[in-house]
Ligand binder design. Structure first.
Ligand code: ADP
Length: 308
C-alpha cells in the first residue's frame, strides 16, 4: 500500500460567474466542491492507477467530514487524525473570460497533542506501507521539521519517502534524507538561487540539493520534462508535445506515478516514464489531480530517457 501525507488539506470550491461586479449578487448553477490539498491529489491519482492508498493528515469540522466522505468514495483508507479546528476551504471564483480570484484560508491551528497523535499513528502503521509521499504546506501550530520526523520514522523501517513541498518546509526537512524530492523549476530557483536556463545550471542546482541531504532529486520542468539525479542515476526525461488543458496538479500526479512505479518494483527508467506520463496526462485533463490510465499507458511508450 502507498501512504500519503496531507497535513493541510482543504475543500476546494469553484464558482463560475458571468463577470466580476463589486457590490452585486451573483447566482450560479455552475459550481463544484472537491477534496483538495496536494497529498489528496496524489491519493486520487494513485487510486486511478489501481493501487491501494492510506492517507495521513489532520481533519476537523464539517469540511473535514466532507473530505472523509470523498475519500471513502475513492476507497482511500483514512489514517487521518481528528482535530478540534476546522479544515480550511479554498475558494476559486472564475468569470466568463477566465479571470479569477482565489481566496485561501490559512487553516486551523493544530494543537501539540494532535501532532503527537499523528506521529504515533504514523509510527504504528508505517510497516503497512511500501512508500510514503509527503506533500504540501505545514499547518499553523506545527513545527517546520515535522516532515523530517516522518522521514526518520520511514527511513528506520527502510521505507522510501517522496517529499514535495516548498520554501522553509523543503530546506528544513532535506537533512532527514528523503529518498526523492520533486521541486519544480521555480522552487529550485528560489531554493538554490541558480537560474534553470541551461542543462549545466540544472545539474549544478540538483547537486546542491543532494548535498543538503536528499538521496535523489527530480527537477520537473513542465512541458520540458524532467531531470533526475541521485543514487538511482542521472537522467533527462524527454516528453512528447501535447495540447495543454490544465497543468495544475501535474506535479502531484507525477509524485503519484513515482510512488506507484517504485511500489510495483519497476526499474528506474520505468518509474521515470510512469511519473512523467502521469504529469502529462493530468495536463491534458480539465480537473486538477486527474489522469486517464489509458493515456498514461500510451504516453509511457512515447517518453524517452537519456543518461547524463
Ligand atoms: P508542478 O505541478 O509541481 O509545478 P510541473 O509543472 O513541472 O510540476 O509538472 C510535472 C510533470 O508533469 C512534468 O515533469 C511533465 O512531465 C508534466 N507536465 C507538466 N506540464 C506539462 C505540459 N504543459 N506539457 C506536457 N507535460 C507537462
Amino acid at each position: 500500500m502507498i501512504g500519503t501525507v496531507t497535513l493541510n488539506p482543504a475543500v476546494d470550491r469553484r464558482y463560475n460567474i458571468d463577470k466580476f461586479e463589486i457590490g452585486s449578487v451573483k447566482r450560479t448553477k455552475n459550481y463544484s466542491a472537491s477534496a483538495g490539498g496536494k497529498g489528496l491529489n496524489v491519493s486520487r491519482v494513485v487510486r486511478m492507477l489501481g493501487e491501494e492508498v492510506g492517507a495521513f493528515g489532520f481533519l476537523g469540522g464539517s469540511t473535514g467530514d466532507y473530505i472523509l466522505n470523498e475519500l471513502e468514495k475513492l476507497e482511500v483508507k483514512s489514517y487521518f487524525t481528528k482535530i478540534q479546528g476546522t479544515t480550511r476551504t479554498c475558494l476559486n471564483i472564475i468569470d466568463e473570460i477566465g479571470d479569477n480570484i482565489e481566496i485561501l484560508e490559512k487553516g486551523p491551528i493544530i494543537e501539540e497533542e494532535e501532532v503527537n497523535s499523528l506521529l504515533s499513528k504514523f509510527k504504528k502503521a508505517i510497516t503497512k506501507f511500501d512508500i510514503i509521499t509527503i506533500s504540501g504546506s505545514i499547518p499553523l501550530g506545527v513545527k517546520d521539521n515535522i516532515y523530517g520526523e516522518l522521514i526518520h520514522i520511514a527511513n528506520k523501517n527502510n521505507i522510501k519517502t517522496i517529499l514535495d513541498t516548498s520554501k522553509g518546509a523543503f530546506i528544513e526537512n532535506l537533512k532527514a534524507s528523503p529518498y526523492i524530492v520533486k521541486p519544480n523549476k521555480e522552487e529550485v530557483e528560489s531554493i538554490t538561487g541558480i537560474s534553470m536556463c541551461s542543462e549545466e545550471n540544472i545539474i549544478t542546482a540538483a547537486e546542491k540539493i543532494l548535498e543538503l541531504g536528499a538521496k535523489n532529486v527530480a527537477i520537473s520542468l513542465g512541458a520540458e520534462g524532467m531531470y533526475f539525479i541521485g543514487v538511482e542515476g542521472r537522467f533527462k526525461v524527454n516528453i512528447p508535445k501535447i495540447e495543454l488543458v490544465n497543468a495544475v496538479g501535474s506535479g502531484d500526479s507525477s509524485v503519484a506515478g513515482f510512488a506507484v512505479g517504485f511500489s510495483q518494483g519497476l526499474d528506474i527508467e520505468g518509474v521515470l516514464k510512469l511519473a512523467n506520463a502521469c504529469g502529462i496526462s493530468n495536463a491534458m485533463e480539465k480537473n486538477t489531480g486527474f489522469i486517464d490510465p489509458v493515456v498514461v499507458k500510451d504516453l509511457t511508450e512515447k517518453i524517452e530517457i537519456s543518461s547524463l
